[in-house]
Design a protein around this ligand. Structure first.
Ligand code: SF4
Ligand code: FES
Length: 256
């Protein structure tokens, strides 16, 4: 175990733990937008800044900083608070319409940005480039269907060449992890439309109720996850009803 202090309170955590997790284990909450415990840290939003006061003095993004023996961490040092507020001002100036960012900013006492507003054509921008969608698609799903495109103010996330992606399986994990709700996915009849990625995938109908409910499993998924074939066989509601009927038939549950 690695021993350190957070705001003067001693704590011990396993080696390799991100400093952010140690801070949380010490009962201190920090704002985060680009961190997900199931994905590799990326350090994009800079909202988790803390001061390492000893043995060296350094402002660090705690999500990408592994714990070290004897660190003394201060989360409310003036430098750390200023860094977090600055990051929130940047985010507010990029995505002023994001309720999530506005709420986080207000929590740190930031209600306006000195960096101005986005240009009119980007006034509704919700993507703050945290990269969670790119990482979940690559690391958890293995599809690698989207990536960052462009540089500077033109940087954004998209599918290659902004055309229909053959790699996208339409799972929706990108929208699930997006902290600002920037990804628009719509089920329309037998199709799922991933508007941000200019991609449409066919949906699979439930053989019991006929409802289109999940993307057609790809050959890849059928091969690597054969045990999940049943997931595509029936929609969750029909699966639940079938299980309930089986329990009743097996006398596990008596109808009242
Ligand atoms: S679309 Fe959402 S998850 Fe993807 S980079 Fe933008 S804010 Fe992050
Ligand atoms: S949560 Fe650490 S940089 Fe975003």
């Amino acid at each position: 175990m690695i021993e350190l202090t957070v705001n003067g309170n001693p704590i011990a955590v396993p080696e390799g733990t991100p400093l952010l997790e140690a801070v949380r284990a010490a009962g201190v909450e920090l704002p985060t937008l680009c961190y997900h415990e199931g994905l590799a840290p990326y350090g994009a939003c800079r909202l988790c800044m803390v001061l390492v006061a000893s043995p060296h003095r350094e402002l660090v993004a705690s999500c990408v900083y592994p714990v070290e023996e004897g660190l003394a961490v201060e989360t409310d040092a003036p430098e750390a608070v200023t860094a977090r507020r600055l990051a929130l001002e940047f985010l507010l100036s990029r995505c002023p319409q994001s309720a999530v960012i506005r709420e986080l900013a207000a929590g740190e006492g930031v209600t306006a940005s000195r960096f101005g507003a986005p240009p009119p054509e980007k006034a509704d921008e919700l993507c703050m480039l945290c990269g969670l969608c790119v990482r979940v698609c690559r690391e958890a799903i293995g599809a690698n269907a989207i990536s960052f495109i462009g540089r500077g103010g033109e940087r954004r996330v998209g599918a290659p060449f902004d055309v229909q992606s053959d790699a996208c399986i339409g799972c929706g994990a990108c929208a699930e992890v997006c902290p600002t709700g920037a990804i628009w996915i719509e089920d329309r009849g037998h199709q799922r439309i991933l508007h941000n990625w200019n991609t449409t995938v066919e949906l699979h109908p439930c053989p019991a109720c006929g409802r289109f409910f999940a993307p057609e499993p790809t050959a890849f998924l059928k091969e690597v996850l054969p045990e999940t074939a049943e997931l595509w066989g029936m929609c969750p509601e029909c699966l639940r009803q079938r299980a309930a009927r089986q329990w009743i038939e097996q006398d596990v549950v008596k109808p009242t």
